[in-house]
Ligand binder design. Sequence first.
Ligand SMILES: NC(=O)c1ccc[n+]([C@@H]2O[C@H](COP(=O)([O-])OP(=O)(O)OC[C@H]3O[C@@H](n4cnc5c(N)ncnc54)[C@H](O)[C@@H]3O)[C@@H](O)[C@H]2O)c1
Length: 246
Amino acid sequence: MTGARVLVAGGGGIGGACALAYAAAGASVAVVDREQSVLDAVAVAFDEAGVACELLRADLTEHGAGARVVADAVERLGGLDVLLHAVGINDRRPILAFTEDEWDHILRVNLSTLFGLAQAAGRHMVEQRSGRILALSSVSGLLAHHSHGPYAASKGGINQLLRVMAREWADAGVTVNALAPGYIETPLTAGELAKPGKRESLEGLVPAGRLGTPEEVTGPALFLSSRHAGFITGHVMYIDGGRTLV
Ligand SMILES: NC(=O)c1ccc[n+]([C@@H]2O[C@H](COP(=O)([O-])OP(=O)(O)OC[C@H]3O[C@@H](n4cnc5c(N)ncnc54)[C@H](O)[C@@H]3O)[C@@H](O)[C@H]2O)c1
């Protein structure tokens, strides 16, 4: 990854860990997030690791934000070789409980922000005839988890969007893939895991018998972003301790 210019969207548990791993592997990294507190935590982690990072603050649901952020990252990094989309929210309620506005919001955060960013990054990468785009999908894009309606739909949408992008941009040397984790311990899942008995019941669903860590997503992210993965495109890679086997 030495010399690669990487934009990570979403600097939370998984995005933050991947950003640090890219930098440790020699990449120049920019991180964009809506929350200043998240960017502050990324800055501390990068400082502690002795590596540099460009921090961009934006609400990616705003119209045109994807194009603006990609342009900013290209300017600050001197180009763009990798986009990792790790933006996501969840709202665990049954489908009958959602309003249309709530549905729209989850789809906008999880799926439309990928469209905006990946379209702008893809435009740049197709022009330079190389690039890697990675999106965080989920096992929820495949399995029918109860109380995950909008989230699951957004992840299924990511899986299909990336396949079309992968097909359209393959002849320009741009690969598009997804990482689909099972339960990983991050701020996104902290509230759920704090509920009595929840951790044990979730662990019981995983053949590996445990939940994953953000660091366990970084290796697949680095691999799929590297020159070693130049002929892999349109894939959804499950990182789930076997969760989707059962
Ligand atoms: N943690 C898990 O168990 C798990 C499992 C499967 C998939 N995922 C996916 O991985 C990705 C990262 O999840 P995470 O666990 O690191 O969550 P996280 O909450 O730690 O990080 C998500 C980040 O997205 C940012 N964000 C949300 N809305 C935004 C917006 N409008 N504009 C800019 N930034 C915004 C948040 O501020 C947050 O920092 C998500 O797509 C999530 O669905 C997570």
